[in-house]
Design a protein around this ligand. Structure first.
Ligand SMILES: *Cc1c(COP(=O)(O)O)cnc(C)c1O
Length: 490
């Protein structure tokens, strides 16, 4: 398919309405420059600040009116290089430790470009994009110890996957008629730790159960759901006429990385006949590491798991995923019954069930390809070692925090997240001080941790997710914290 070989694209003139270039050679030159520049951008990420604020004049460029005429690609690209590329989130940078963001890879970027070239619509039909996604489903089953009857589907992220899992659990509890008749006053209740991600509560809201239907159960000193309190609350709800249907366990909470006792939750759900879902957004991929996997004991017993390849898996955004043990239950929650029965058995319209039968999206891109490239290129051993390494760096940071008299650890370190703060002098507002210091760090361009609240205290949270982050990077971050802390309190 090279230019030298020639091809139909070179030989046949474009119809006037086509958006293809008249000069493929010029496009090829632009394309190679963009690719080279972006590879440099990633390779030289350390030489730039983690993050920098968008200057007002740059921001103003995005207020220009809808373009009516054409602009040469080179000029549009020049806008990208000076107004867009320098002001991204920063999560490609090894100094980015905020929230729980993956770092992505150049391999994932290339796969994303190839997927865009194919421009496959992976909602359905009989083509290889669907088969690649099915292979990922098989790989996730294998990784999690799920049966061959389990189904899976790519989605934007775990917010969507947690929501969809709640809908599957709801249809399992009430029967498929809930899809026609709605809740009809059924007083459904669901359960999750008070440390669960906000999207777990949001799922109950979106599904029409109301946020209050997601009972937020207290957690223990290790930030794990209090199983006895959970049992009590379920019994109280049943006695009061509610209908418990779902427990969501956390495999890596977003604030501290705590892992609920998943085996105990699995047992409780069996005893109580409840759907056992796991929000494994980032932590479930700890299964890739033989060192981390034992912490996730019980994960394989879940009815469904939400996960993000775009966090610890380092797949470029976005690549969320939902796996459901009972694939038929999953399909029965989303497949449009009439359309499903009309499906062809041969031709391009054959080969169902399709991803659109397992979620609300019809048209959808080829997220599976960048995930497939990432898993094949690096292999699970290397990815698992990278995940274990982020945890080792977090333990190094924890030890450093414990050694520094000015710093205080605010939560136990289970995986790769360290929550700490700078000690304020008496009479000083420690929360305000630490919040200012987080912003100081961001604006310094040196490191970007985030802030969260632990036991009512504002914490500096460093989540080591990026595969590029080193021991030196976290030491530099601590040095900067000590410097800014001294400057603000001195
Ligand atoms: C990131 C995260 C989510 C939300 O996932 P998105 O991919 O951002 O939608 C949910 N739960 C946990 C524990 C997370 O870390």
């Amino acid at each position: 398919m090279s230019a030298e070989q020639g091809g139909p694209a070179d030989a046949v003139p474009n119809p006037p309405t086509s958006l293809d270039p008249d000069d493929w050679t010029a496009l090829r030159a632009d394309a190679h420059r963009m690719l080279d520049d972006m590879i440099d951008h990633i390779a030289q990420v350390r030489e730039r600040p983690v993050w920098q604020p968008l200057p007002d004049d740059v921001r103003a460029r995005f207020s220009a009116a809808l373009p009516r005429g054409e602009t040469p690609l080179g000029e549009v690209y020049a806008d990208f290089t000076d107004a867009i590329a320098p002001y991204a989130t920063g999560n490609v940078h090894p100094g980015f430790m905020g929230w729980v963001h993956g770092g992505g890879t150049a391999v994932g970027m290339l796969a994303e470009m190839l997927a865009a070239g194919l421009n496959a619509n992976c909602g359905g039909r009989n083509h290889v994009g669907i088969e690649v996604e099915r292979q990922i489903v098989r790989w996730v089953r294998e990784l999690f110890g799920f049966p061959d009857t389990a189904s899976g589907v790519f989605v934007t992220g775990s917010s969507m996957a947690n929501f969809m899992a709640l809908l599957v659990a709801r249809a399992a509890a009430l029967g498929p008629q809930v899809r026609e008749g709605g809740l009809a006053g059924e007083p459904l209740t669901a359960y999750a730790s008070a440390a669960a991600h906000g999207c777990v509560v949001q799922a109950a809201d979106l599904a029409g159960l109301g946020r209050g239907a997601m009972r937020r159960i207290p957690f223990d000193a290790a930030h794990r759901i209090d199983i006895a309190a959970l049992r009590r609350r379920i019994a109280e709800d049943r006695a009061a006429g509610f209908r418990p249907f779902l427990v969501t366990g956390s495999a890596g909470t977003v604030d501290t990385g705590a892992i609920d006792d998943l085996a105990a939750l699995a047992q409780l759900c069996r005893d109580e006949a409840l759907w056992f879902h796991i929000d494994g957004a980032y932590g479930s991929l700890g299964m890739l590491s033989p060192e981390i996997a034992p912490k996730l004991a019980g994960l394989s017993e879940a009815d469904s798991i939400a996960l993000d390849f775009h966090k610890w898996g380092q797949v470029n955004y976005d690549a969320g995923f939902l796996i459901v043990r009972d694939g038929e239950q999953h399909r029965a929650t989303f497949a449009a019954p009439a359309a499903y029965l009309r499906r062809e058995t041969r031709g391009l319209a054959g080969g169902s069930p399709w991803p659109c039968d397992f979620g609300p999206d019809l048209s959808r891109g080829f997220r599976a390809l960048k995930t497939w490239f990432t898993l094949k290129t690096y292999g699970t051993e290397r990815l698992g070692a990278m995940i274990a390494q982020t945890c080792a760096i977090a333990r190094h940071l924890e030890a450093r925090v414990r050694r520094e008299p000015q710093l205080e650890l605010l939560a136990p370190v289970t995986l790769n997240i360290v929550c700490f703060r700078y000690r304020a002098q008496s009479g000083m507002d420690a929360d305000a001080l630490n919040a200012e210091m987080v912003a100081d760090l961001h604006e310094s361009g040196m490191a970007a941790p985030s802030a969260t609240t632990i036991d009512g205290h504002l914490a500096i949270r460093a989540a080591i997710v990026n595969h590029r982050t080193t021991y030196e990077d976290v030491d530099r971050m601590v040095d900067a914290v000590l410097k800014f802390g001294a400057a603000r309190t001195g």
